[in-house]
Design a protein around this ligand. Structure first.
Ligand SMILES: [Zn+2]
Length: 422
């Protein structure tokens, strides 16, 4: 067993982490999948690229991110020097599309024709949206990844050709079947190579719990995501190249990965919609819906990036409006007015802050966050209350498993630190 397959076994059993895997592919590795097919990895955190050699040139599925696309290109060129004929985007997220510009530049420098870029039609809508919300995206991404000052890319490389439901391409003797599904995004494509039984799933598979709930992003599509995973499972792939993380080579394991991901999403959707149909409030649903211990135990379904509770919110939002079923939330009082009232009733903002500390240190971080925000809104100028807020959010961050949950609390902890004078 070589080092990579040994590491894979440890990832599959949950003994190794995705950080361990990132360390093993740092600087760019072209991982051989079949004759004429490699997956290029640079880091778990940025999307994989699949490269296919054809008689007409190379076909790439995704192109890498701003941070690592140069490493992806270098790894590709260590493998093959041929011009890039076509780039397929699995979706319009920047860690999959940004690198396309490098292949345009390379083609111009070497006198090749530029590659043709193909994607689902909604990638065009996405890039239009990115143009009008550039500063918002900088802010949201900076907060999500805990990088204040982050700047979102601009000048997105548009696709040259788009499709709607499915598209078959025959390029230099190799068949590529592009199929559209909605999941993390509404512009997603998974790519099936029937001759080799290789599936490039894009971010429908990312080795952690599906990112179908992200609090700061546009709508995600949990039910469609599950359907797409079932569609992929029905193809019986021999090899799966996920959007992020290592390639899965064994057909029964590919089936298990796809099937368990679908089952997790189906379970959340079924439970949430059943309760919505009984007229339950969002609050009741959030605190009632649960995943089975078997699914929670799967190493590739760990809530390290997104959180199943956020997915439930997004399912609610897919089927219903923003009103959550609590009449006080229909036309709420300004936060500061409510905080002043609660604080007066409690005997002062300091008492609320003290109680928040007690709750946070005893593990009741949800309640603690409410009380410390009341205290902070009631006495916004108090450095002592802000210092308590720093501590409370430290406990809140520790209580979260997801990168997104931790990062959002970190944003408000930074705010509290600045206002505490510390
Ligand atoms: Zn991605």
């Amino acid at each position: 067993m070589n080092d990579q397959s040994e590491l894979f076994e440890r990832l599959w059993s949950g003994a190794a982490t995705l950080e361990d895997w990132t360390a093993s592919v740092a600087d760019g590795v072209a991982h051989g999948i079949a004759d004429d097919v490699v997956a290029i990895h640079t880091s778990y955190f940025f999307g994989n690229t699949t490269a296919v050699r054809t008689a007409e040139g190379l076909v790439l599925i995704d192109s890498g991110s701003r941070e690592t696309a140069a490493q992806t290109l270098a790894a590709l060129r260590r493998w093959d020097e041929a011009p890039v004929h076509t780039i397929i985007y699995t979706h319009g997220h920047i860690d999959h599309t940004w690198g396309a510009r490098l292949y345009d530049q390379e083609a111009d420098a070497k006198g090749f024709g530029r590659p043709r870029v193909i994607a689902h039609r909604n990638v065009l809508n996405r890039f239009r949206r990115y143009d009008v919300t550039h500063d918002l995206n900088s802010l949201v991404m900076g907060r999500q990844f805990n990088q204040p000052g982050y700047t979102f890319p601009d000048h997105h490389r548009r696709p040259d050709e788009v499709y709607d439901d499915s598209l078959r391409l025959d390029i230099g003797g190799v068949t590529f079947e592009l199929m559209h599904g909605r999941g993390e995004t509404d512009d997603a494509t998974f790519v099936w190579l029937p001759q080799k039984r290789i599936l490039a799933s894009g971010d429908f598979v990312v080795w952690v719990f599906p990112n179908a709930g992200n609090p700061r992003k546009v709508q995600r599509y949990a039910p469609d995501w599950a359907r797409a995973l079932r569609q992929m499972q029905a193809l019986s792939p021999a090899v799966l190249v996920p959007g992020h993380g290592p390639v899965v080579h064994d057909a029964p394991r590919v089936s298990e990965l796809l099937g368990s991901g679908a089952e997790a999403l189906e379970s959340l959707v079924t439970q949430t919609v059943a309760l919505m149909n009984t007229g339950s409030s969002l609050d009741a649903i959030l605190h009632h819906v649960r995943l089975s211990p078997e699914l929670c135990a799967k190493p590739w379904l760990q809530p390290k990036y997104d959180d199943p509770e956020f997915v439930v919110r997004n399912i609610w939002h897919l089927y219903a409006g923003w009103f959550d079923g609590n009449p006080a939330h229909l036309k709420p009082a300004p936060d500061a007015e409510l905080a002043a009232e609660i604080s007066a009733l409690a005997g002062g903002a300091e008492r609320l802050a003290r109680r928040a500390t007690e709750l946070a240190t005893s593990g009741r971080t949800r309640l603690a966050a409410h009380l410390i925000e009341f205290a902070s809104d009631a006495m916004p100028q108090s450095p002592e209350i802000q210092a308590t807020r720093v501590e409370v959010y430290e406990h809140c961050m520790e209580a979260e498993t997801s990168l997104i949950g931790k990062a959002i609390f970190a944003v408000y902890q930074r705010d509290a630190k600045a206002r505490s004078g510390g």
